[in-house]
Design a protein around this ligand. Sequence first.
Ligand SMILES: O=C(O)c1ccc(O)c(O)c1
Ligand SMILES: [Mg+2]
Length: 640
Amino acid sequence: MSTQAQVRTRVRTSVATVSLSGSLEEKLTAIADAGFDGFEVFEPDFVSSPLSPGELATRAGDLGLRIDLYQPFRDLDSTDDEQFARNLIRAERKFDIMAQLGCDTILVCSSPLPTAVRDDDRLAAQLHELSVRADRRGIRIAYEALAWGAHVNTYRHAWDIVARADHPALGTCLDSFHILSRGDDPSGIRDIPGDKIFFLQLADAPRLSMDVLSWSRHHRNFPGQGNFDLATFGAHVQASGYTGPWSLEVFNDVFRHSATGRTAADAHRSLLHLQEEVARVQESECDTRGLSLFAPPAPAPIDGVVSLRLAAGPRKDGELREMLRHIGFHLVGRHRQHDLQLWRHGSLTIAVDATAGTVWTAPGIPADLPALTQIGVRCADPDAWGRRAAALEMPVSEVDLPGADPAQSDVVRLRVTDATSLDLRSPSSGAGWLSAFEMYPIPVAQWRRQRALFTGVDHIALALPADSWDGVMLALRSVLGMQPHEGLDVTDAVGLMHTQALTLGDGDARLRILLNMVDGNAFGMENIPVARRGGVSHVAFSCEDIFTTATHMVAGGYEPLPISPNYYADLEARFGLHPELLDRMRTLGILYDANADGEFFHLFTRTVGADLFFEVVQRVGGYKGYGEPNAAVRLSAQLR
Ligand SMILES: O=C(O)c1ccc(O)c(O)c1
Ligand SMILES: [Mg+2]
């Protein structure tokens, strides 16, 4: 090991203006507020802005931002010599602007045109000529392969052309989207000298099967919001010795009209998250090359969901209480000051909030929609989570409960969605909290009769409007370290719903969350049935034997959903289940799925209010899904 102390510089963060909505001025303010070090000027944003280059430079300087890149310069190379000559003149005009901006690097992307040069030596010669001119002006050229380039469309080819052109003012620009969308092996990045990588653009994306240009222009998102393996990609970049900015370049239809500040904050968080992920890969490879990476406090262990808070408001309070009673919960107490009831089942607690106004504090949630407002998770050290969340720039609040140790917070509250928070509770937090409640004495005979039908919470589904989807995904993945699974489109009686599962811990997952997004932003749309306006939220309880559990629920007043007989005929045809088993399932409204991992039995309640409902599940073997094929059958029965 070297005795010389290695001085490693931190990652400088940057973002392309195209990634955000609003005017150029609004974008710059949001970029600075989010904590970025610099930005890429996306040329159309500059061209349409009233700011002169000098004014833009001043504005950036006042905000403490560097202008890291001017981009893109398109269609440089040409088989038509006259056209190429004109392109060089066009480039000189851009260099003029860059001089006024104080920006020294311009991105030149490979040409998608039929006139693109297809002879590598001629292409290298044209890039060389541009580089000579750029060099005279103190400007560097970063050559990027667009995935749809006519001749150059891979990073290896772009690097090969750069090496061939062999000019100090010419390097390459790596863009994770162009590389990973094509399924290219990024490990060759290690072979590019870091100082010949002039720029790094990062984008994630959901896996979609569409042409790569449309995918790139409409569906990119920030690292931690899609399905690309950016951690491994980043480790390759680190190994190359690259020391320039890590910059986000995200073309996304939703971000183009979303709140600018919020998108910028998510963007910055995504780069912190990515650094932690890259560090993990580097650690596993015992590799310490490259920039020094951001390291937030590590996540602390989590036990699982122990409590829920449901806002019902006075209008849905009665209906919700009846439902809880039917599925086996017992009213055990009432808050001394608020209209808040405590319901228990085994070790699970549900607080039902009947206070007028509680639900409606969440923007976009219709007043007739009972909402899941808190998910209580037990963990040994809530403060550690608070420090981690704060380091990752997530808004977090500490809730001090009466009678608690003032030196420690009992509950650390993370805002997961606009409607729902995740409360990380210390094991001792219950006592302080309960002191605010008047508890009802429960006759011994009733305790004896009570059996814990549920073993815990299997998963929780949260309804999300489209414009908060990516932010929620990133929050769950970055702060909590949840792992995403393949997204799925589910069609049913009232439309299409995109659903995506996230889990914490494998095998015996500690926390499973399903995100449900309706097609488009359905809030307030009159033509969508009530049972879809806010998407769908539900809580699924786990059990060991769903037939016993369902039988007890029926005895408690639960009415099984009327599942179509066609469904059971189809189950028989698909899985060859025993007629007797099918009969019992039909009587209790139990649905079924199976795959190579195991089997899944589940049942649903009716909806309370617009969209909230409960589910009971039994997993057999290593089944990891959620019975997704049954979604349409479930909804059809709930609508009846
Ligand atoms: O979609 C494009 O044209 C485009 C432009 C510049 C880039 O850096 C890029 O990755 C894509
Ligand atoms: Mg790019």
